[in-house]
Design a binder for this molecule. Structure first.
Ligand code: FAD
Length: 381
């Protein structure tokens, strides 16, 4: 059941409460506020798990959606709309998030890796509705022509013109600033312990007290797994650890993002491609960092001369099949869950498409495949 446009909320009560102030919650709150809603964000404190603080900042389309072409289309749509979002953020926050879409490369260090990745991309593009997606498989010489700094170990690359990147810390700040300027009531140290359907809306509670609203939007990342069942939703997300290395700043040498390596607008090089299933462990580990660094130096030998200035790890928000979960509760309409592992890529969709639809009471058709019901259908099939 879909819920129609919300009646005017009682004075002092927000039209929508967003739980979680990461990149997903920030984008949803901004989109809701731009659509005319009074919005509050309830967020945990600074010691919380926040995937948004540790991300790699790709706006990535290539390789997304094998097994679910709707995800490829959704990612592509967001990448195409990212320029609009960047302009909007500049106007609404005064912050340039350094977005660019120069096309992205996946560099391969062996023939078998290139073949495996090329076949996967081929299968992805052979799915229905994938017309209009383009990619190229490049040999060493052509990759070298386009990226002169590569090393001799790079046997080739996949290239997609749809890929880009941003400055993720600036994105985070811009979302927060734009929300504040739109009057969003951001409340840190407001962890939510309980949500109770009450009087056609929701009573949201924590040690800080209670807030009521006709709509609640769960954007709590890994916290969604616990919160969703309170309102008849399901968000079986789990942590997937990623580690990242950042080098000192250096003169620009890389105009394009790679899947595992990018030079930021400020000059540092970010290296990061690990995926580990280690629960809520956020330690950094030397063996994993060493492999990442060794591969990066083979890709771009000049990196060997740069100092590492930071390493960190953060937890991705991963659903069982890796695709987003967007749902409205059947039992308690007005309660929504919005969660994904690529909240930077999908930020344009969240601000421009998903939030306005959600305020109107109905998730857009383009996301109907992302309901968590798919896990139960598969389980009972
Ligand atoms: C290593 C790494 C690399 C990544 N690279 C990319 C990339 O290149 N491109 C891309 O698009 N995405 C990338 N991501 C993912 C992206 O950064 C987003 O963070 C991700 O989509 C999830 O965002 P989120 O806002 O849902 O979760 P989070 O950032 O985890 O935010 C959730 C928020 O909810 C709060 N919260 C949780 N429980 C409660 C509660 N009970 N009450 C109140 N608040 C609560 C938390 O405190 C937190 O602030 C990467 C992530 C990682 C870890």
């Amino acid at each position: 059941m879909a819920k129609g446009p919300a009646p005017a909320a009682p004075a002092g009560e927000p039209d929508a409460v967003v739980i979680g102030g990461g990149v997903v919650g920030g984008a949803m709150a901004l989109g809701l506020a731009r659509s005319g809603a009074r919005v509050a964000i309830l967020d945990e404190g600074d010691d919380a798990f926040r995937a948004s603080r540790g991300n790699f900042a790709l706006v990535w389309v290539q390789s997304k959606g094998l097994g679910m072409p709707e995800y490829a289309l959704w990612s592509r749509r967001s990448a195409d709309d990212w320029g609009t979002l960047a302009d909007l953020l500049r106007t609404e926050s005064g912050i340039d998030v350094a977005h660019s879409q120069p096309g992205g490369f996946m560099l391969c260090l062996s023939e078998s890796e290139l073949q495996r990745r090329a076949e996967a991309l081929h299968r992805l593009h052979n799915q229905p509705a994938m017309a209009g997606f383009s990619h190229e498989v490049l040999d060493h010489a052509e990759t070298k022509r386009r990226l002169p700094a590569i090393g001799k170990d790079v046997v080739g690359a996949l290239y997609s013109p749809h890929d880009g990147h941003v400055n993720s810390l600036k994105l985070f700040r811009a979302l927060r600033e734009a929300c504040l300027r739109r009057g969003v009531d951001y409340r840190p140290n407001h962890g939510v312990d309980a949500i109770e359907p009450a009087g056609g809306g929701f009573a949201i509670r924590g040690p800080w007290g209670e807030m009521r609203s006709a709509r609640v939007v769960l954007c709590a990342g890994l916290g969604n797994a616990r919160l969703a069942p309170m309102v008849g939703l399901d968000a079986p997300v789990r942590p997937s650890k990623g580690q990242i290395i950042v080098t000192e700043k250096t003169a620009p040498f890389l105009d394009h993002p790679m899947a595992t390596l990018r030079q930021t607008d400020e000059g540092g090089v970010m290296i990061g491609d690990s995926q580990e299933d280690r629960g809520f462990d956020t330690s950094v580990s030397q063996p994993v960092l060493s492999v990442m660094a060794e591969r990066a130096v083979r890709m771009f030998p000049r990196l060997a001369g740069l100092n590492v200035v930071r390493t960190w790890s953060a937890l991705r928000v991963m659903s069982p099949d890796g695709f987003p979960i967007y749902d409205q509760s059947f039992a308690h309409p007005g309660a929504f869950v919005v969660t994904c592992h690529s909240g930077v890529t999908l930020a344009a969709n969240h601000v421009l498409t998903l939030a306005p639809a959600l305020l109107a009471g109905r998730l857009p058709e383009a996301v109907s495949r992302f309901s968590a019901r798919r896990f139960h259908v598969q389980a009972s099939a």
